[in-house]
Design a protein around this ligand. Structure first.
Ligand code: FES
Length: 61
């Protein structure tokens, strides 16, 4: 499934970028060597980053 249709960034690529330390959508675009176009995907990327943080926080408890 695509998270970013403009740049063809898939969900698994976003998750991999987050796992590798991306903490902002800009980090994800940089890792994919592209720029935001319409930016409609930024909210979804932020949500995925927050979910990953929550998962790690629960895992650490
Ligand atoms: S959907 Fe990602 S920049 Fe447009």
């Amino acid at each position: 499934m695509y998270v970013c249709n403009c740049n063809g960034i898939r969900e698994r690529e976003v998750r991999q970028a987050i796992d590798e330390g991306a903490s902002r959508p800009a980090d994800i675009f940089r890792r994919q060597q592209c720029q935001p176009q319409c930016a409609k995907c930024v909210c979804d990327m932020r949500r995925m980053i927050d979910e990953q943080r929550e998962t790690l926080r629960y895992a650490a408890e």
